[in-house]
Design a protein around this ligand. Structure first.
Ligand code: ADP
Length: 516
């Protein structure tokens, strides 16, 4: 994270590969954040009132805009991240995918529920649960996917009927500014505001919004959770990870090596669900390490222009490089071996894709989140040891299991303490918003997406009752109090709930009446 300070009025955004200044954004002061939220509150009721069909109109227009402007969005995103071209395109494609899913299904996902009454006595009412949005949802995002991270939370919240205030990372704010430009350009209602700035601007969002969706570090997530608790507002946090990959002896080793190379190096390892440690069953360890090393060594690293020429780009900032270098250096000092990579390239913030072996859980490269292009690999005796070591982490975001036996893979998966497990693949859960994406342990609270839950999380459930029968006069329990009426109700509740005649115990109920 850059050391930008909220006292300065402007944030300069630099390309991490070249150091070039690529843009500036204003630092929005806390008072201005509060004013923006007040304004959003004025427009939100109408946004809610037009319903899912009315909102779908605008959201699909925005989807068109994202598709029509893919080139421009990729250029902005590349300028502030130095991502390879392919990764820059993936960002907007992912945004389009989730936006379309929720825009089209919001009507179904937000439809009222009509639960069956729990007992015969309650059948006199018809029951409705309506899903009413939190008026203003605050979305705070990190720098690793500057377009997708905002989009994949902002659009579900808008689809739910909330107004949204977005605070993008100060490291990569330009893509989020583009999103706001798109929303204005399509002429949509002013229910989306982007406020740029660093921690103080984010803290002001937390102080003013009605629900907080946060993605970022565990340390900041903890601060946000505490601030939300003070205000009694709900939150959903996606935090750090240290995702394990387990390679079992019956796995297709070529697939495992290529999959893990991709899972560890995609976006230069700066993905919350990057593979960050690998456990390999002893009989195939040497062969797997050879294949993984070859797959990683073959990756092409560098800065792309408009053509796709590279697989791995730069790290987001100098701070990230220092963390990666420290993890590698500490491991090597403690006896680990680098089979490929291991150092900066010498240009910008590029760090070579790196495989480390002879590592253990005492090393920072295995115990701490790296968020960079390193794959530490460990030999394990068997499946049980792999599971035990995989679970030996404060984090629990996702994991992968590589095996020729899918039933075995599922059996292992069910013993892992992570919010998601992909069998013979990486990242697959992320591209399935019909499933929840949530971290266990210090990887998060709550989840993103998950079909209807992905919209209902931004809503408050409102319970409504309506009489089923014509209402005449007074209800049974209304004043004046009368034990005779109570006896009827108690007897009926017991009759509905008690198991066996003995517990219905009418004599006791009747004594109640006499004691009056
Ligand atoms: P990362 O280094 O992964 O970006 P951070 O957790 O530092 O992780 O930042 C994630 C987002 O949280 C950024 O947009 C950042 O500006 C914002 N942020 C930092 N501190 C706070 C805070 N105290 N309250 C709210 N948001 C914050």
């Amino acid at each position: 994270m850059s050391e930008l300070d909220n006292d300065v009025a402007v944030i300069e955004v630099h390309n991490p590969a070249t150091g070039d200044l690529v843009g500036t954004v204003p630092v929005i002061a806390p008072d201005d954040v509060a004013a923006a939220v007040r304004e959003l509150r004025l427009y939100q009721p109408e946004w809610e009132a037009i319903g899912p069909a009315g909102r779908k109109h605008w959201l699909l227009k925005m989807q068109d805009w994202l598709i029509d402007n893919t080139e421009q969005l990729a250029a902005v995103l590349q300028s502030e991240t130095a991502k390879p071209r392919v990764d820059a395109i993936v960002d907007s494609a992912f945004a389009v995918d989730i936006l379309g899913y929720y825009a089209r299904r919001a009507g179904k996902f937000l439809a009222d529920d009509h639960p069956s009454p729990h007992s015969p006595l309650a059948r006199v009412k018809s029951l409705t649960v309506a899903y009413r949005p939190y008026p203003v949802v605050g979305v705070i995002t990190p720098w690793n996917f500057p377009l997708a991270m905002p989009a994949i939370d902002v659009f579900p919240a808008l689809a739910a009927g909330a107004a949204v205030i977005l605070k993008p990372s100060e490291v990569t704010p330009l893509s989020a500014v583009e999103l706001a430009r798109g929303w204005a350009e399509i002429g949509a209602p002013p229910v989306l505001r982007v406020v740029t700035g660093a921690g103080a601007t984010g803290a002001a969002v937390v102080e003013n919004a009605d629900y907080i969706q946060f993605t970022g570090s565990t340390a900041t997530g903890r601060r946000i959770a505490a601030a939300c608790a003070e205000r009694m507002v709900p939150y959903s946090l996606e935090l750090g990870g240290k995702d394990p990959a387990i390679v079992l002896a019956d796995a297709d080793l070529d697939r495992a090596a290529h999959g893990i190379a991709f899972g560890g190096m995609f976006n230069a390892g700066q993905v919350c669900i990057s593979v960050e440690r690998v456990y390999v069953e002893a009989p195939v360890y040497d062969e797997f390490v050879t294949k993984l090393t070859a797959a990683v060594a073959a990756l092409r690293q560098g800065a792309d222009g408009r053509e796709s020429e590279h697989d791995v780009g730069a790290l987001a900032n100098e701070n990230q490089v220092l963390i990666v270098q420290r993890h590698v250096d500490e491991a090597v000092a403690a006896g680990a071996r680098v089979t490929t990579g291991g150092k900066r390239t010498g240009v910008g913030t590029f760090f070579e894709p790196t495989v480390l072996v002879d590592v253990d859980h005492s090393m920072s490269c295995v115990a701490e989140e790296t968020f960079g292009p390193t794959l530490p690999v460990m030999k394990v005796a068997d499946e049980a040891e792999a599971i035990r070591l995989a679970n030996d982490s404060i984090y629990g975001l996702s994991a992968s299991v590589w095996t020729g036996d899918k039933a075995r893979g599922e059996r292992v998966a069910r013993q892992l303490e992570t919010g998601a497990v992909n069998i013979n693949d990486v990242f697959a859960n992320l591209f399935n918003p019909a499933m929840p994406m949530g971290g266990w342990g210090l990887s998060g609270v709550g989840a993103r997406w998950g079909g209807a839950s992905g919209l209902r999380k931004y809503c408050r459930a409102q319970a409504m009752t309506k009489p089923k029968l014509p209402t005449m006069g007074k209800e049974l329990f209304w004043y004046p109090s009368d034990m005779n009426k109570l006896v009827i109700a108690v007897a009926a509740m017991r009759a509905a709930g008690a198991r066996g005649m003995r517990r219905i115990d009418l004599p006791t109920v009747l004594r109640l009446k006499k004691s009056k």
